[in-house]
Design a protein around this ligand. Structure first.
Ligand code: NAD
Ligand code: TYD
Length: 369
């Protein structure tokens, strides 16, 4: 059955990948429908990342009935709010990005991860199941719930091998285990209730709008600020890096062409040891700011390892490439340079997410209404 893909609920659209997804849909595809961005604006959510979209497609420019982009300040664990949003906008598609997403934070405080990633996902699934029920109690099949997940659910690899879609789950951190739980819930709604779902497991993303707690933006900003560059353990942990637009292109491809009930791995086929990646990043930044890269490399600081630090992630994404015709468009050099340039040319965005001023702005504009 043809998918409607018209009134799309993007959860976590103010975060890194979600904001890039909304830009991608409006700027790089022929999408003609409407996006409802549901986000609780945690420390990781930033409406500034969507200012241009709001200006062009939002309520203030087009009015409520014609707006193609609408922001809803809500928490995915809030049943009443989610239910109201489904009804008010006749949601026919969900693309679920909202999550607590940082491993180090999950080690320090796992509770928020359980609430958002597990209970929040459950709440969205239940709302979708009820809202998409037909008069004979079956579920509409022109709708879609796409769940965005991570390769971290598969655990940790040794020096060889790849995560396949069939690799058994073996999550090691509170973050990855909460994502694994949400993946299982999503699959169970497909098997049990025939909720039309697709699921993707992606490797590490980088690009514009990423909160500077993750490796690449943290290092760029520490280099600019002359701060130490903290490398965990022996620096030889390996990650597979993908430019965020390539991830979103894959998500949109799966939403359009993916088989219902199936999961797809998404990856960069671009493995880097952390220390090698950092050295390359330093060279890129040094060139952009006319500094001596050897001097910057002296600021690398070896710090205590992350507890339970997964050694290596590597993705086999042949299913997505062969069955749906997706491939990466950006080389690592192109993506990294674009990312470095973005952080250099957006000091206001950086200052706001770092200063906490933005949190006050949310309080004044949303919480005190
Ligand atoms: P992020 O932390 O940058 O953004 C998360 C967004 O979700 C924020 O806007 C935040 O405000 C919102 N949010 C958090 N809790 C919420 C709640 N209870 N209700 C509503 N909104 C809430 O995350 P990201 O890096 O953009 O990741 C997006 C998704 O992609 C996540 O599901 C993550 O697991 C997955 N993923 C991320 C990567 C990566 O490298 N960043 C790789 C693979 C998969
Ligand atoms: P991160 O960006 O937190 O992503 P993830 O843990 O989800 O893969 O970290 C990427 C890698 O970089 C990971 O192996 C941990 C390491 N790392 C450091 O060495 N130093 C840092 O300051 C950070 C944030 C990460």
């Amino acid at each position: 059955m043809k998918r409607t893909l018209t009134n799309i609920l993007v959860t976590g659209g103010a975060g890194f990948i979600g904001a890039n997804f909304i830009h991608f849909l409006f700027n790089k595809t022929d999408f003609q429908g409407r996006i409802i961005n549901l986000d609780a604006l945690t420390y990781a959510g930033n409406l500034e990342s969507l200012k241009d979209i709001d200006l062009k497609f939002g309520i203030n420019t087009l009015g409520k009935t014609k707006a193609k982009y609408i922001f809803e300040y809500a928490d995915i664990t809030d049943k009443d709010a989610v239910n109201r949003i489904f009804k008010e906008y006749s949601i026919d598609t969900v693309v679920h990005f909202a999550a607590e997403s940082h491993v180090d934070r999950s080690i320090l405080g796992p509770e928020a991860f359980i609430k958002t990633n597990i209970i929040g996902t459950f709440n969205l699934l239940e709302t979708a199941r009820n809202f998409w029920k037909t008069s004979d109690s079956s579920i509409r099949q022109d709708v879609l719930f796409h769940h965005v997940s991570t390769d971290e659910v598969y655990g940790s690899l040794g020096e060889t091998g790849y995560f396949e879609e069939t690799t058994p789950y073996d999550p090691r951190s509170p973050y990855s285990s909460s994502k694994a739980s949400s993946d299982h819930l999503v699959c169970s709604y497909s098997h049990t209730y025939e909720l039309p779902i697709t699921l993707s497991n992606c490797s590490n993303n980088y690009g514009p709008f990423q909160f500077p707690e993750k490796l690449i933006p943290l290092m760029i900003l520490n280099i600019l600020g002359g701060k130490p560059l903290p490398i965990y353990g022996d620096g030889k942990n390996v990650r597979d890096w993908l430019y965020v637009e390539d991830h979103n292109n894959a998500v949109w491809t799966i939403m359009n062409k993916g088989k219902i009930g199936e999961k797809y791995n998404i990856g960069g086929e671009n493995e880097w040891q952390n220390i090698k990646l950092l050295e390359k990043l330093i060279d890129f930044v040094a060139k952009e700011i006319n500094k001596d890269s050897a001097e910057i490399k002296k600021t690398i600081k070896w710090v205590q390892d992350r507890p339970g630090h997964d050694r290596r992630y590597a993705i086999n994404c042949n299913k997505l490439k062969n069955e749906l015709g997706w491939s990466q468009k950006y080389t690592f050099e192109e993506g990294l340079l674009a990312t470095v340039k973005w952080y250099l040319s957006n000091p206001n965005w950086v200052a706001n997410v770092q200063s906490g001023e933005y949190a006050n702005w949310i309080k004044n504009n949303y919480e005190n209404r």
